[in-house]
Design a protein around this ligand. Structure first.
Ligand code: ADP
Ligand code: MG
Length: 398
């Protein structure tokens, strides 16, 4: 599945109307029944040309893989991630957030990141969430989750992940954390400022590894003071630029310090940083004093204890609420994400989502772990220079 923005050129108003109708139909059931589309107000006039235009539009959308024809339960259609991408892009372009989509700059475990351009030439980053692409999420938690919902969609979860990421990024920025600037959000898509740097995992040398190390540990501690734990705080989600300025990214899995496993997540984030600096920059800590190969000494007290931190679990609540991320949405997403964080893979069966096209695709793509994601990232960086030339997206109303 590849986002080819050129396809936008071939999409008519009616194409977008049908995409929207399918999206609306999917709010209640995972597949929009064929008959329900014809009831969507204003979709087509009721003239004799109705059947013909209907057929033509559906054929077009299927051809570009924006819809999936699903006959498993009844004759119906589902949006693919691609279809969802185009709806989000169209909405954001119409809002004036950006005017063109450029090259792909990142591949995350469960996201694709592109450059987008504003009218004045400013380049921003667009993150399209793709939950379900990797299979590391716990199948068990998915089943628990599904039991509480009659229909289930990766698109819904991706939308929640985007909303959460946007809300947290905004709240963190207000409290002077080094994060990208959150610009806008629609469906599963977050628009943010472009970070001029690279993930730490690509960096082999630093001028001041100890200073950077302390800065990074300081961020984890300050996050906890503000009531939060990143939960995926590692060299893949910390960006650094040529001036060695740090930016943290990737927030959908963050949890509150009042979470039942908070201490474990906090310690794990801290351990990731210790491990990375030990290995990559040959740093030694008091706690590994037997290791004679290391060179740089860091005070043993630098490993912070979760219990010693004064934590305000509600410090960011106001900002989060203001961004529209409600407690209900938080709960919905948490139920799903937590299983993944605990890597509780207990079974391969997944009855209810087996017939979800997105899930099938994801399983084909297999166990995309962080390293694979990095590999893809490098492939993207090597191949995309000029390939995906900036494409103007010209769209009409809605
Ligand atoms: P995932 O949740 O899938 O891991 P990330 O948010 O970590 O996605 O993004 C994946 C990659 O995309 C990052 O490692 C980084 O290289 C790139 N990226 C993400 N956000 C930005 C940004 N704002 N500016 C520049 N590059 C970014
Ligand atoms: Mg990441």
């Amino acid at each position: 599945m590849k986002l080819d923005v050129n396809v936008l050129r071939y999409l008519s108003k009616d194409d977008f109307r049908v995409l929207t109708a399918v999206e609306m139909g999917m709010r209640n059931v995972s597949t929009s029944p064929l008959y329900s589309l014809s009831y969507y107000p204003g979709l087509f006039d009721s003239s004799i040309s109705f059947l013909f235009s209907y057929y033509k539009v559906l054929k077009n959308l299927l051809k570009y893989k924006l819809l999936h024809h699903d006959r498993s339960k009844y004759d119906g259609f589902r949006l693919t991630y691609l279809g969802y991408d185009f709806l989000a892009i169209k909405t954001l372009v119409n809002r004036g957030v950006f005017t063109g989509v450029g090259r792909q700059i990142g591949v995350g475990k469960e996201s694709d990141i592109f450059e987008v351009a504003q009218e004045d030439g400013t380049i921003l980053a667009m993150k399209l969430h793709r939950l379900g692409r990797t299979s590391f999420r716990a199948v068990k938690s998915k089943r628990d989750y599904l039991r509480h919902r009659s229909s289930f969609s990766w698109l819904y979860l991706s939308r929640l992940a985007a909303l959460k990421e946007f809300a947290f990024m905004k709240a963190l920025e207000e409290h002077d954390f080094p994060v990208p600037k959150a610009i806008d959000c629609n469906r599963h898509c977050v628009i943010m400022s472009l970070v001029q740097g690279y993930p730490m995992v690509q960096v082999n040398q630093l001028q001041n590894p100890e200073t950077i190390f302390e800065k990074i540990i300081g961020i984890v501690v300050r996050l906890a003071e503000h009531g939060l734990i990143h939960c995926d705080f590692n060299e893949f989600n910390i960006m650094i630029d040529d001036e060695e300025k740090i930016t943290m990214i990737d927030f959908p899995q963050m949890v509150s310090v009042s979470h039942q496993n908070a201490q474990m997540y906090f310690d794990r984030d801290i351990e990731c940083i210790f491990k990375f600096f030990r290995k990559r920059f040959n740093m030694s800590f008091q706690e590994d004093r037997d290791d004679e190969t290391t060179e740089v000494e860091v005070d043993e007290n630098s490993r912070p204890s979760f219990f010693d931190i004064t934590k305000d679990a509600n410090a960011l609540d106001r900002e989060l609420e203001a961004s529209g991320f409600t407690k209900k949405e938080q709960n919905d997403l948490d139920k799903f994400i937590e299983g993944g964080m605990e890597k509780n893979k207990d079974s391969d069966e997944d009855e209810e989502s087996d017939d979800e096209e997105e899930t099938v695709e994801s399983n084909e793509e297999g166990n995309l772990n962080e390293m694979r994601s990095l590999q893809l990232q490098e492939e993207v960086q090597n191949s995309s220079n000029g390939v995906e030339a900036e494409v103007e997206v010209e769209l009409d109303d809605n």
